[in-house]
Design a protein around this ligand. Structure first.
Ligand code: MN
Length: 243
């Protein structure tokens, strides 16, 4: 795994995507990083982002900056602040660092087609063993400083995940007991974008996606409010791809 990362960490990411069709960043050039909207490089910390992704299934993509890319896991149920809850996290391909600034619509038929929201973002610090060692050992400890997620967390690889059969490694995302722990469901309490305060349906509606389909990932009460107000709300044109 270490060797793969050194050779071409973003090759699997790029293979799956057609950058003439998807607005997702190819992550090829350093200049793209500067151009990415909303991604100011935080001082004194590494980036983490959680993207809520209404694709064929709703999930949350949990990403940690490491060696100039984003280590990534798909968390079907999203993070929980309750330390007694273990959330399945499936390891997926590394994403470019610029991906942390991506919120928008991946066209239907493309890989991951659907709506992506920057659900939370901020910085993180490694706790305990460094990340390379942690990846090898199957245990990553870190402290998050996001808008929604804070405090100490652990990602631990399951025994089955240690040698996947052509599948994805499975890990568990668990909150440690500290002052940031809570029983309430943060995904329901804070369903809006940490970057733009939009719901999935609003992102889809603004950016040429399928708002009805995206709405399936939003809490019903929020959607009712949105539908009421949307009659008077002017529609924005879909932004043209910049490249
Ligand atoms: Mn995803």
């Amino acid at each position: 795994m270490t060797a793969r990362r050194k050779i071409q960490p973003l090759a699997p990411y790029r293979r799956k995507r057609d950058f003439h069709r998807t607005p997702e960043p190819p992550g090829t050039h350093a200049r793209h990083r500067k151009a990415s909207r909303g991604l100011a490089r935080p001082i004194g910390g590494l980036t983490f982002v959680v993207q809520k992704h209404q694709a064929s299934r709703l999930h949350y993509d949990f990403r940690l900056e490491h060696n100039g890319a984003l280590l990534s896991w798909a968390v079907p149920k999203g993070p929980s602040l309750d330390p007694s809850v273990k959330r399945l996290a499936l390891a997926v391909e590394d994403h470019p660092l610029e991906y942390a600034a991506f919120e928008g619509v991946i066209p239907e038929g493309e890989y991951g087609g659907g709506t992506v929201m920057i659900w939370d973002r901020g910085t993180y610090a490694v706790e305990g063993a460094d990340l390379d060692r942690g990846l090898k050992q199957g245990e990553l400890k870190f402290r998050l400083n996001g808008k929604k997620l804070k405090g100490s967390w652990v990602l631990v690889r399951t025994r089955r995940g240690a040698s996947p059969n052509g599948g994805r490694q499975s890990w568990l995302l668990i909150k440690h007991r500290d002052s940031a722990a809570m029983k309430d469901d943060i995904t329901l309490m804070k369903p809006r974008s940490a970057a733009t305060n939009r719901l999935l349906a609003e992102i889809a509606s603004d950016e040429g996606g399928d708002a009805e389909r995206a709405a399936a990932g939003d809490p019903p009460a929020e959607i009712r409010k949105f539908l009421k107000s949307s009659r008077t709300r002017p529609r924005r044109r879909r932004r043209k791809p910049s490249v």
